[in-house]
Write a protein that binds this ligand. Structure first.
Ligand SMILES: [Zn+2]
Length: 201
């Protein structure tokens, strides 16, 4: 049992920071120390920004994106192509595609991928809502921008089956997305090419 060197308030800060992706206990400790040292320049503005974010963030009831308005900024933007829907596993993938700037469409966030081994079935994802959105009409193409993992591809096949007969073109990202590749980790050029050269599913 390591000795405690700080009071419980700072320990709590370290423990919470250690839950962030990419931060282990050691880097969380370093980040906490940095925040505490830069109280006025960093700790206080960060705490205030987090407070505001916690108060205002909502999940878009149309697409599942995270924003401060519902519908989200993307769904509410009339300049976006209303006939193309990009299906992603996670909000991080939506943000990655937006950074790549390959197209100006709307999205549908599934909330994960099918994974029978982990107990993730169709009802755990927003597949039913996706089918309902497409069935409501006005959508000509659904781009399955899922990860190139077994789970992602299983999900893509499942969705393609569910969309059959609804009269939409279903496409997927071009090769160039490495097998096992998660979109959020791809560089923007690769993502841009993958979406531009998408192929029929
Ligand atoms: Zn939205």
């Amino acid at each position: 049992m390591p000795r405690t060197v700080t009071g419980p308030e700072i320990e709590r800060l370290i423990q919470l920071l250690a839950k962030l992706p990419g931060l282990g206990p050691r880097s969380a400790r370093r980040a906490a120390l940095h925040l505490v040292k830069k109280k006025e320049q960093l700790l206080e503005p960060l705490a205030a920004a987090m407070d505001v974010a916690a108060e205002t963030i909502v999940v878009c009831s149309t697409c599942g994106n995270i924003d401060t308005t519902d519908p989200c900024t993307i769904c509410a933007d009339p300049r976006r192509d209303q006939a193309t829907l990009v299906v992603v596993e996670d909000v991080a993938d939506l943000w990655a595609l937006e950074r790549a700037g390959a197209l100006s469409a709307r999205y549908h966030v599934l909330g994960g991928a099918l994974s029978p081994l982990d107990g993730v079935g169709p009802d755990d994802l927003s597949i039913g809502r996706l089918v309902a959105r497409v069935a409501a009409g006005g959508i000509a193409e659904v781009i399955l921008a899922v990860n190139a993992t077994v789970e992602g591809q299983t999900t893509a096949h499942f969705i393609t089956d569910r969309l059959a007969g609804l009269g939409v073109r279903v496409t997927r990202l071009a090769h160039g997305v490495p097998v096992g590749g998660e979109l959020d980790y791809l560089d923007e050029g690769t993502l841009f090419e993958a979406i531009r050269k998408r192929t029929p599913f």
